[in-house]
Design a protein around this ligand. Sequence first.
Ligand SMILES: C[S@@+](CC[C@H](N)C(=O)[O-])C[C@H]1O[C@@H](n2cnc3c(N)ncnc32)[C@H](O)[C@@H]1O
Length: 304
Amino acid sequence: MDSHIPVLLREVLSFLEPRPGMRILDGTLGLGGHALALLQAAVAAGIPEASLLGLDRDGQALALACRRLLPFGERVQAVRAAFSEAAEILKSRGWERVDFALADVGTSSLQLDSPERGFSFLRDGPLDMRMDQRQEETAERLVNTASFSRLRRILAEWGEEPLAGRIAGAIVEARAREPILTTARLARVVESAYPARRRAAARNHPATRTFQALRMEVNSEVSELKAFLRAVVPNLAPGGRIAVISFHSLEDRLVKYFFRDEARDGLRSPALRVLTAKPVEASPEERAANPRSRSAKLRVAEKL
Ligand SMILES: C[S@@+](CC[C@H](N)C(=O)[O-])C[C@H]1O[C@@H](n2cnc3c(N)ncnc32)[C@H](O)[C@@H]1O
């Protein structure tokens, strides 16, 4: 199951400026697609000594990525860790000078395609959605214990779901009859809250936004992304670059404003120069070949 196609790969590589002894941080190793291509690009540019530190909080993904990156031997270090641990890891490994950092946030095909991970309403499985399976909070716990108002807020905020209140109400009602334990049952509950007219007119499955919102909450995705940006920028070498691919407008805005604030001449001198005035999006060819790329937005900034 290592069919994850790295998104915006050519575009990411176009921002890589190979430098002797360069250090690459991949915050979302996933199945190692971007990592492999970045290392290969460094080798092709005459930097065979380039090294890569890869993080992922998904143990399964990390094991697969390590296998794929084996040919690079000790030049690759892979750590099971979340963005919120990145600052500590960079410090403890003496990686306080990173030349290129990447975060490709969101779910991998490994997570989406494995029914037992409970990420997808297209495949029936336990309501799990944890990227890090050591974590206690699961989607099942959230769905069966969160108050109506917390559920409504999660669906409205992370899912931008216009029917957040109706869906939260349907969940509370359904779980009072019997706990909601599977992705298929949750999908049916959400569907039942959708008026038939809206269901017929919708482009996506009615549960799309709800599943996205719950996944973002279970994995604290927005606060994690903030932690990544805060950890990495101070650890970039002068001229080093940070590239972030996001799939949600909230996350894209977060990156945009973070970069903009760090690039502003204010009380302190600016730390970054923004290299992408507008986010880079997938080409029509990539969109056709990989539907996941359709919502991807890449922003890149350079350390001054
Ligand atoms: C879209 S996939 C990355 C795919 C990868 N770029 C590739 O080419 O194979 C995102 C990965 O990031 C991981 N991830 C997401 N948020 C994370 C976080 N806060 N900390 C660590 N890993 C995270 C997920 O577990 C997932 O494996």
